[in-house]
Write a protein that binds this ligand. Structure first.
Ligand code: ZN
Length: 85
């Protein structure tokens, strides 16, 4: 479903949080916003740790109230094309 460099935890619950996923660039921890993941309460902490184990920075933010995403969905903005690795 996504091209994330890691696998988000997922379930059938509605997402309650967004996970902003940044890849480092130019020595800054959050160089570019690469993806938004959608996660439920139960999977928030796990989602952060899988992102971090892929050397990405992840931040949890509250979902907008009218969001209709399911836990584990993701929106990927950038495909790393020979970038910072
Ligand atoms: Zn979940």
């Amino acid at each position: 479903m996504s091209n994330l460099p890691f696998t988000l935890p997922h379930c059938t619950d509605p997402a309650t949080e967004r996970l902003e996923v940044y890849s480092p660039a130019d020595g800054r921890l959050h160089g570019s916003l690469d993806a938004i993941g959608y996660i439920c309460d139960r999977h928030g902490a796990e989602a952060v740790s899988v992102a971090e184990s892929a050397n990405l920075a992840a931040y949890r933010t509250p979902m907008c109230p009218d969001g209709v995403r399911t836990c584990g969905q993701a929106l990927v903005f950038a495909v790393s094309a020979g970038g910072a690795r």
